[in-house]
Design a protein around this ligand. Structure first.
Ligand code: ZN
Ligand code: ZN
Length: 358
C-alpha cells in the first residue's frame, strides 16, 4: 500500500480487455521534482480502449490505463517549483514526462518533445512502466500536474484533461475566435468538447456528423449549425466556407477526405486529432490545390494551453455531457466496453474511489 505500492485495475491481455483485475504494483522511485496524487476520479478515453485491445500495437500488460486524472496532492518533491500544496485538487492528462530542455519544450511544445512519455504504458528509467488513473495513486513530474479552479466539478473536469485538451489546442493554435467559422467532425468525447471550446473562444461552430442523430445534442452544446453527411450534396452546399475544421472522428471507414477539404475557405486548415486504427487517409494534391488547404495534426495540449483551458472552462461555466461509473473491476470493464461501442454521452468519469481505496 501507499507509499511503497499503488493499487489499480489492470488489463492483463488483449483477450481479456473487458475484465480488468485489481493489481498492486511498485511505482517508480520518487524524485524531488515529483508529485504524488491520491486519485479521486478519472475519465475514460478512447485511447484507453485502443491501447488495451492492442489496436494501436503492442501493450505492456498488465496495464492500468486512465489519463484524465483528478486527485489530491499527497506528497510534493523538495525541488518542485510550481507551488502545489498537499491537499490541493489537481489534474493530470495524457503526458507524464518531457525533457524540458529542448527547443520544443522551451517553446511550450513539450507535447512534441522527442523524449515525451505517456501517463500510462511508457517506460521510465529502471524499467518502470507508467500506470494510469484507474488506480489509488499516481506519481507524476510536477510540470504535468495542473491545479484545478475551485468552481469546476470533479466529474466534469476529468474528461477535459485529455478529450477537452485535445479539442482545445488545435482550435486555440489555429485561431478560433470571433469572426471565424469552425467545423467539428465527429460528435463524441473529443468532438463535443470541440463544440464547447470553439464557442468559448468566440467562433461560429458547426457540428458535422453522419446522420441527424446527434443534432439535438450539438445544438444544446451550443453549435450554431449542423451538417449531416448522409444528405445528398452536403459538401457543395457548404463549399469554401470554413476557416478551421477539427476532425475528431475515430474511424476513417468510408471517410471521403476530399469532400471535407472542399468545405474550407482559402488557406483554411483541416486538423486531425483522432488516430483511427488502419490505413489512414488518401490525399489528392489536385483537390487540395483548389482552396490552398492545409492538412495537419495535433497532439493533446501543452501545460500552458491546459492551464488556459481550465480557466476558460471556469470562466465560461463549460458543461460537458458526462456519465459516471463507480471505479472497480466491473466498473472499469463496463466503461471500457461501452466506450469501445460508443455507448456513452459523451464521456465516462470513474468515481467513488474512496469505496475501493481506503
Ligand atoms: Zn524536450
Ligand atoms: Zn486520451
Amino acid at each position: 500500500m501507499y507509499p511503497e505500492t499503488f493499487e489499480g485495475f489492470a488489463v492483463e491481455s488483449a483477450e481479456t480487455w473487458t475484465a480488468p483485475k485489481r493489481h498492486e504494483y511498485k511505482p517508480r522511485p520518487f524524485e524531488d521534482t515529483d508529485i504524488d496524487i491520491k486519485v479521486c476520479a478519472c475519465g475514460v478515453c478512447g485511447s484507453d480502449v485502443h491501447t488495451v485491445t492492442g489496436g494501436w500495437g503492442a501493450c505492456p500488460y498488465p496495464l492500468v490505463v486512465g489519463h484524465e486524472i483528478v486527485g489530491h496532492v499527497v506528497k510534493v518533491g523538495d525541488a518542485c517549483k510550481t507551488g502545489l500544496k498537499v491537499g490541493q485538487r489537481v489534474g493530470v492528462g495524457a503526458q507524464a514526462f518531457a525533457c524540458l530542455q529542448c527547443k520544443q519544450c522551451k517553446a511550450d511544445n513539450e507535447i512534441y518533445c522527442a523524449h515525451q512519455r505517456d501517463t500510462y504504458g511508457s517506460e521510465f528509467p529502471g524499467g518502470f512502466i507508467s500506470q494510469g488513473g484507474y488506480s489509488s495513486h499516481v506519481r507524476v513530474h510536477e510540470y504535468f500536474v495542473f491545479p484545478i479552479p475551485d468552481s469546476l466539478d470533479t466529474k466534469l473536469v476529468a474528461p477535459m484533461l485529455c478529450a477537452g485538451a485535445t479539442a482545445f489546442s488545435p482550435l486555440y493554435r489555429n485561431g478560433a475566435a470571433p469572426g471565424k467559422k469552425v467545423g467539428i467532425i465527429g460528435i463524441g468525447g473529443i468532438g463535443h468538447f470541440g463544440i464547447l471550446f470553439g464557442k468559448a473562444l468566440g467562433a461560429e461552430v458547426w457540428a458535422i456528423s453522419r446522420s441527424d442523430a446527434k443534432k439535438a445534442d450539438a445544438i444544446k452544446l451550443g453549435a450554431d449549425g449542423y451538417i449531416a453527411t448522409k444528405e445528398p450534396n452536403w459538401a457543395e452546399k457548404h463549399a469554401l466556407s470554413f476557416d478551421i475544421i477539427v476532425n475528431c472522428a475515430n474511424s476513417s471507414k468510408g471517410f471521403n477526405l476530399d469532400d471535407y477539404l472542399s468545405l474550407l475557405d482559402v488557406n483554411g486548415r483541416f486538423i486531425n486529432v483522432g488516430l483511427p486504427e488502419g490505413d489512414g487517409f488518401q490525399i489528392h494534391p489536385f483537390k487540395m490545390m483548389g482552396n490552398g488547404a492545409t492538412f495537419g495534426f495535433s497532439h493533446i495540449a501543452s501545460r500552458k494551453e491546459i492551464l488556459y483551458m481550465l480557466n476558460l472552462a471556469a470562466e465560461k461555466k463549460i458543461q460537458p455531457m458526462v456519465e459516471t461509473i463507480p471505479v472497480g473491476e466491473s466498473g472499469c470493464g463496463e466503461a471500457l466496453r461501452r466506450c469501445h461501442d460508443n455507448d456513452v454521452k459523451y464521456r465516462f468519469t470513474l468515481t467513488d474511489y474512496d469505496k475501493q481505496f481506503a
